[in-house]
Ligand binder design. Structure first.
Ligand code: SDX
Length: 429
């Protein structure tokens, strides 16, 4: 294995160090490239760029592999639970029974938000998109929790991490309740993370809310599937925001803003809207043709991925969970599921999708499942944000604790006007 690469520029040769990871592609260390050659690298979209070193999540896009601290996502989703995965992502190891009980106790007792937070909601229109409310309310946490914004203090970093994992479900449920005009429901310490979230979203003061264990298990698994995903767009946003020393609440709010886009976390909402627009199996060919048409901006939402050029391992578990939820609720022949399964089969055998390696991703089946659980489409990305908060926090913490960490400040290829002198308005053409 060579440990360097040579860059020849005319007569000059520059040696660039290669670095190996535990698994996955090696990297060419170009940190000194500009100093040594006066050249930048150019990689819009970062298709070939490793922005950092990390020990948290590994993805092999060709093999459809997703590991959190080395553990395969299917094992964590099927044998573990979301809060245990949160501990794993934050601390690097699966917790012992005592560690899990202590972690669960700490998270549970941070689920309430400052009572004045509820006044924020009345400032929003009822029909505001819940993601707009989440960007605002999560960012506003830094206006209340000053005792956990000093990022140089390890204790404050951990308190802020626990607070965000604990409070985003409460803020999300409040966004939903406000949206539908129902009273907020306080968290309960006797419920698990997923049970508590369903309770805060669907309980009403007029009658006891019955937790369905099958649905709570499905909700918990959906959270686990969305917990972290290497250096995706929103995680990179959180890292970049955090590299300036911004407080963790502000960084997570930046991540939520980025996740909202339909090319990223907004795809689950867009995928369900697309399935509803297709409406029936008979119309699928029309939409497949549009997806292939270079002159049509339409894309199959829930299909394709920057990294996975094989089936997204989360999509398989998501599909199983979807069937479990529909069976538990006695929903037979869901028209959206029929369209989704037919669309998947057609696309998986279509030369265009095969050649471009476009497979269903985690967002393809999540929308049908979340709709069946009772959530409106506009809440889907909010649920993604609730789950991904732990991934953002774990990645932010890893970056802050990296002794080599510096502010992120990319350069550019400038193709604008060369220097020129100011022309007075009367001299302009
Ligand atoms: C998430 O990064 C992550 O890890 C994200 C995520 C996470 O957990 O954080 O996994 C969550 O965001 C999943 C992705 C959700 N987005 C969607 O489902 C939206 C639909 N998908 C696409 O917009 C697209 O596939 C992306 C954005 C996901 C990936 O885009 P890339 O890697 O930049 O790929 P590309 O746009 O360069 O597409 C490559 C080719 C293009 O054709 P050519 O220009 O080469 O001829 O594939 C085509 C695209 O037109 N293509 C599609 C398509 N996705 C890509 N054609 C039709 N339908 C699609 N969905």
């Amino acid at each position: 294995m060579t440990d360097s690469a040579k860059l020849s520029l005319g007569a000059k040769e520059t040696e660039l160090k290669l670095r190996q990871g535990t698994i996955g592609p090696d990297v060419v260390d170009i940190a000194a490239l500009y100093k040594d050659t006066g050249l930048f690298t150019y990689d819009p979209g970062f298709t070939s760029t490793a922005s950092c070193e990390s020990k948290i999540t590994f993805i092999d896009g060709d093999e459809g592999v997703l590991l959190h601290r080395g553990y395969p996502i299917d094992q964590l989703a099927e044998k573990g639970n979301f809060l245990e995965t949160c501990y794993l992502l934050l601390y690097g190891e699966l917790p012992t029974a005592n560690e899990m009980s202590d972690f669960s106790y700490r998270v549970t007792r941070h689920t309430m938000v400052h009572e004045q937070m509820s006044r924020f909601y009345t400032g929003f229109r009822r029909d505001a998109h819940p993601m707009a409310v989440m960007v605002g309310s999560v960012g506003a946490l830094s206006a209340f929790y000053h005792d956990s914004t000093d990022i140089a203090d390890p204790h404050q970093r951990m308190v802020a991490s626990i607070r965000m994992i604990a409070k985003t479900p409460t803020l999300a449920a409040m966004a939903y309740k406000y949206h539908i005009g129902q009273p907020f429901v306080y968290p309960r310490n006797d419920l698990s993370y997923a049970e508590n979230f369903l309770h805060m979203c669907f309980a009403v003061p007029c009658e006891p809310y019955q937790i369905n264990p099958v649905l709570a298990r499905a909700m918990d698994r959906i959270f686990t599937l969305h917990a972290d995903h290497e250096q995706n767009a929103s995680t990179s946003t959180v890292r970049l925001a955090g590299s300036s020393g911004a407080n963790p609440f502000a960084c997570i709010a930046a991540g939520i803003a980025c996740l909202w886009g339909p090319a990223h976390g907004g795809a689950n909402e867009a995928a369900l809207n697309m399935l509803a627009e297709i409406g029936s199996k008979e119309r699928i060919p029309e939409f497949i043709a549009r997806a292939k048409d270079k002159n049509d901006p339409f894309r199959l939402m829930g299909f394709g991925h920057r990294v996975y050029k094989n089936y997204d391992p989360r999509a398989k578990i998501m599909q199983q969970t979807c069937h479990e939820v529909l069976n538990e609720l006695g929903i037979k022949d869901d028209p959206l599921l029929e369209v989704a399964m037919e669309l998947e089969q057609i696309a998986l055998h279509d030369p265009y999708f095969i050649e471009k390696k476009l497979y269903p991703n985690v967002d393809f089946y999540s929308g049908i499942t979340l709709k069946a659980l009772g959530f409106p489409t506009e809440m889907f990305t909010v649920l993604f944000a609730v789950a991904r908060t732990v991934g953002w926090i774990a990645q932010w913490k890893e970056m802050i604790e990296d002794p080599h960490q510096r502010i992120g400040r990319p350069r550019q290829l400038y193709t604008g006007a060369a220097q020129r002198d100011y022309a007075p308005v009367e001299a302009r053409g």
